[in-house]
Design a protein around this ligand. Structure first.
Ligand code: S3P
Length: 443
């Protein structure tokens, strides 16, 4: 299929979002570690989470999904069954890296695999720390999928060893956190800067002791193992996904005369680097009905069309907006002046090489772009040519970002394989249409 975006219509109205992807994946996998029934409202139902629910069935974990309410019946870490066949994680590195932590903690044999795209993504980053904790892992190819976790003797705990991560990554940190539950003593995890902390918040709710520790050069946390103590089941209300909101925020900012209210958005401080970056670019965005009583803060966002200008993005802010680079690239193209992104090489290891795809596509759209190993420079002049067909590769966030780019372009933009959007946001096109966008799906 091809998605065609006809520019010109202003966007007016209200948006409600799917549940946060990171929190939904964590809920499903942490719930199976607990003893008893965990319940989540506003669970994300999409390609990625369907793959995870299938994985739960593969290890005989009972679950029920009604509308967006998910019930998972956990049997505790010691009650997890070894899968009889390889667990397939589709395109989701988060699912795979977290599941590796689950099987490591349980000490059972498992094979983890994924799509051709996931098979190209680096796994050494979980293999090394898991091996340091004493997990035996076999590989068919250096640092790539599939990976084989070898069973451990019953009642043998993993080593209590401190782990220093080379890159700030919530996926790797969470893999280590889960494995650490089965260690013989506490584990300190250091990362170069603080990645999203949903796991820490959720594990604390389940009774795990995790503390931030003072460390000048690293973002460090210490986790206590749980021994034979069962984990408390979770009852949570999953906020809307900030990374899904990001597309509508930028849509409102770049499309003249737009005004969009986005309801119930997760506003965890470790996730919202895009908000501060866009405000620095001159974006008119207000947060209303802010609520920080729940485990995860949330609120509504009101966005108005704004004249944007270029900025510099680096360091910790990169980590706090790691999923938002395809879409901030679009905002930078519509801004006036130069936007520079550095220290962002991680973008090359996502569902696609996001630096390369973004730079190539913006150039085809008539924007002056300079690509670097760890980032890019975009010289925006407030407009995009349009008139091309874009291949987002196997990357849902590229597809959504380029669809948004088309809303204010000088002529229509077409996107190949828009089905990939279902990975994280099946109602994306319907929601965009409800705001007034002129978009058409054709065969
Ligand atoms: C995620 C962490 C990020 C992000 C991914 C989801 C998570 O990856 O890009 O979409 O849920 O932990 P890294 O932490 O590896 O950068």
């Amino acid at each position: 299929m091809i998605l065609k975006i006809n520019p010109g219509n202003k966007l007016i109205g209200e948006v409600s979002l799917p549940g946060d992807k990171s929190i939904s994946i964590r809920f499903a996998l942490f719930a199976l570690l607990a003893q008893g029934e965990s319940r989540a409202k506003n669970f994300l139902t999409s390609g990625i989470t369907k793959t995870i629910l299938k994985a739960l069935s593969d290890i005989e974990i009972e679950w029920q999904l009604e509308n967006d309410n998910l019930l998972v019946v956990g049997k505790g870490i010691d009650g997890i069954h070894a899968p009889r066949k390889p667990i397939y994680c589709g395109n989701s590195a988060t699912a795979l890296r977290l599941l590796a932590g689950v099987f490591a903690a349980a000490g059972i044999q498992a094979i983890l695999d994924g799509s051709p795209s996931l098979r190209q993504r680096p796994m050494q980053r979980i293999i090394e720390p898991l091996q340091a904790l004493g997990v035996e892992i076999n590989l068919s190819k250096d640092g790539l999928l599939p990976i084989f976790l070898v069973a451990r003797q019953p009642r043998k705990y993993l080593n209590s060893t401190d782990i220093r991560l080379e890159v700030a990554s919530a996926q790797v940190k969470t893999c280590v956190l889960i494995a650490s539950l089965a260690c013989s003593g506490e584990v300190t995890i250091q990362e170069p800067s603080q990645s999203r902390d949903h796991s820490e918040r959720m594990l604390k709710q389940m009774g795990v002791i995790i503390n931030r520790i003072n460390d000048d050069n690293y973002s460090s946390i210490r986790i206590n193992p749980i021994g034979k103590t069962p984990l408390t089941p979770l009852v949570i209300n999953i906020p809307g996904d900030f990374s899904a909101a990001a597309f509508f925020i930028v849509a409102g900012l770049i499309t003249p005369e737009s005004k969009i209210l986005i309801r119930n958005v997760g506003l965890n401080p470790t996730r919202i680097g895009l908000l501060s970056a866009l405000r620095e670019m001159g974006a008119k965005i207000s947060v209303i009905n802010y609520n920080e009583q729940a485990t995860e803060p949330f609120g509504d966002l009101l966005v108005f069309f704004s004249q944007l200008h270029g900025i510099n993005i680096s360091g910790n802010r990169v980590v706090q907006m790691i999923d938002e680079f395809p879409i901030i690239g679009i905002a930078a193209a519509y801004a006036k002046g130069i936007t520079t992104v550095v220290e962002a090489e991680e973008l090359r290891y996502k569902e696609s090489d996001r630096i390369s795809v973004l730079c190539k596509t913006l150039r085809e759209l008539g924007v002056q772009v300079q690509e670097k190993r760890d980032g890019f420079t975009i010289n925006g002049n407030g407009k995009l040519k349009g008139g091309i067909t874009i291949d987002p590769e196997v990357d849902h966030r590229n597809a959504m970002a380029f669809a948004i780019a088309g809303l204010a372009a000088e002529s229509p933009i077409e996107i190949k394989n828009p089905e990939i959007i279902d990975e994280s946001f099946p109602d994306f096109l319907l929601t965009l249409k409800s705001l007034g966008a002129d978009i058409v799906l054709c065969n």
